[in-house]
Design a protein. Sequence first.
Length: 473
Amino acid sequence: MGTTVTESIPKYQSVQDALREAIRTGQFKPKEKLASARILAESFQVNRHTMMHALQQLVAEGWLVSKERSGYYVEDNLPIEHSSGGQTLRAFRTVSPSLALELEKPITSEIVDFDYHFGGGLPDFDLFPFDSFRRSLSVMCRKANAHALHYGEITGVPLLKAQILQYLRRARGATFDDVLVCNGSQEALFLIAKLFITPGDKVAIEALGYPPARKAFDSCGAQVVGIRQDKTGICTEHLKSVLSAGRVKLLYLTPLHQYPTTVTLSASKRLEIYQLCYEYGVFIVEDDYDHEFHYACQPLKPMATDDPAQIVIYLSTFSKVMFAGTRTGYLCAPQHLLHPLIALKQLMNHRNDALTQLSIGHWMAEGHFERHLRKMTKAYRLRRDAMINVLNEIKHSGHAMNFEVPDGGMALWVDIMRESSDLKARAWQSKIYIQSEREFHLTPPNVATHIRLGFAAQPEEKARAGLLKLFDL
């Protein structure tokens, strides 16, 4: 048994830790009597008072038993075996739990130090007005009372909810009765999955789509069915075929800027999809994830704005216009669906961080949100156009590629006419972050030739340098 006392912690605690470890590793056996407190104190080079303090604490923790006029003994019924000299403890550390849910890897991308970042959903942090947001945070730290910082309303801080609803009315033409603030849109997706899905139920999604949504449905035991797509979005004939087969609970869509292809679903196609879902009793989850950024005419209104059958659940996030670390998203749903979603939210985490909600709400009320949004829309339009110019330059130099210019969003979907996962592998080795088509497919094809290039996260000149390096690999 070691007798070194660590100077950085209290002496009695250092002694206590050393004795506990000696018992754990079998140096002291069950029922074994320890040396006297005086001898132990000399061994550890501490005074008797310190040693008595350590021994009494080990008695309180259940490692030792104190017997009057006899001394201290190792407890007989300890939670681990000692006879194997620590082997059982090592075996215990290797036991694999039986999990109800197996995830192959984290849903989000690896955190890697890239020189160039073409992630399709990342904003530019350097353009965010941290000064104005810091002022809002400071104001709410001063003004927030005990009621505001208590458990509070599950659906969210009233100030933020009011600002969200006002913004959606002005910017998206969407009038909702209420909103549920969530920890990002991913929590919203998980709540919806938990509410609707019984293991074995079907969920229809875009066959080429957003992997975290698919993972949320998978985690609840859904049978996920991919709906084929063409250049105009999902194929309604295939959707009808899937819905008519039965047991489909949900249809998940990204209709404004389809993820990852950036295609906007036409008004006529939206109506056809809505009518099919109504006919077959299927609810629609409408993910309006980056509706803030549109560069041509006014974007199409959400499907949720024309929902007479009350079958559309609308969700969005602040991650694209602010930063993902806010972990602030929201969903709007018909009242008969919102109430059980609120109950599920309470089971998970009661509500989002109050100070973050208050600060965002104040920041929006002061006009900073929409001021920032106008600035970002202008900047991202310029970055989109600059990326298009560079890609055309690269194309004219002999690199085969095709792409459509999106009316909005934060990325381009580029066909490079060859297997894109090979280019991604070389790009990552060269510290260039890109996404390849293969990672978005529910069932990957034999050949996947597209890459998704985000244009929002870095200035034009840096993006140009990164693109030239990428296509030189």
